[in-house]
Design a protein around this ligand. Structure first.
Ligand code: GLY
Length: 257
């Protein structure tokens, strides 16, 4: 099994202790029998619980002071679950995970909240004070990709952009934009949600993987789609390798078991 985690484009490199921990806990759960999908969900939940990252309890505030969070998870079987503008829950990725077993791909706002409530997801007030002691207004999104030799899974979670309008939705829950998993690999992006969406980045990166292009070459190619002023980072895993990087600092980790 191989797993990669990231703490978002713009996260400080020294926050790798957070991305390491997420990868270690996910591998340990997988070794005890958790599915690959649950392992990815565990990794992303741990990143959501880390106030240094822009997701879950560390989510950016919107212009009205609330947090509205996006999350998604995709399996190489083609199953996809996502939530957009979710408020008042601690781990949006767990809500997205539960959507994999539902007839829906994407729920937003009040509907996502009611679904989370009905599935006993842990509540957390969206206007809770964020006590990180650091200015992390440029940080973006947490993510994970994993491969167990048979199956690929990708997961993402984001607090969106600092001070954006309520209702704004980035790349994370949009199919093929922030993440993608298929039979040949998995991809999880981070950075400017608008730019990532307009390029359909994750699916196009995956198409390069599908052609058999090595992971490091895919990384370089996809990074070249974004100019330096447009925050962008990516982690990806293929049948034969993995890679991660960003056009600015980004904490990320990889672990093989
Ligand atoms: N990349 C996450 C967002 O822009 O919302």
């Amino acid at each position: 099994m191989i797993i990669l985690t990231h703490g978002g484009a713009g996260s400080h490199n020294e926050q790798y202790t957070g991305t390491d921990l997420a990868a270690q806990e996910a591998v340990s759960a997988w070794e005890k029998g958790a599915s690959l999908t649950d392992a990815v969900c565990i990794a992303v939940s741990i990143l959501e619980d880390n106030p240094h990252f822009n997701a879950g309890i560390g989510s950016h505030a919107r212009s009205d002071g609330t947090s509205q969070m996006d999350a998604a998870i995709m399996e190489s079987s083609g199953q996809f679950g996502a939530v957009a503008c979710l408020e008042n829950f601690k781990n949006p990725v767990c809500v997205a995970r539960k959507l994999l077993d539902s007839p829906y791909n994407l729920l937003c706002g009040r509907g996502a909240e009611e679904f989370a409530k009905a599935h006993d997801c842990e509540p957390y007030p969206s206007n809770a004070p964020k006590n990180t002691g650091v200015d992390f207004s440029l940080e973006d999104t947490v993510g994970c990709v994993a491969y167990d030799g048979l199956k690929f899974v990708a997961g993402l979670s984001s607090g969106g952009t600092h001070q954006s309008l309520p209702g704004r939705v980035g790349d994370v829950p949009l199919f093929g934009c922030g993440l993608y998993a298929g039979l040949k690999g998995a991809v999880a992006c981070t950075g400017s949600g608008e730019a990532i969406t307009l390029r359909m980045t994750a699916f196009r990166a995956w198409q390069l993987i599908e052609k058999g292009i090595p992971a490091e070459t895919v990384l370089e190619e996809v990074l070249s789609w974004f100019d330096k002023d447009t925050a962008f980072g990516i982690i990806l895993v293929t049948e034969t390798g993995y890679a991660g990087g960003a056009n600015r600092s980004m904490a990320w980790s990889s672990l093989e078991a």
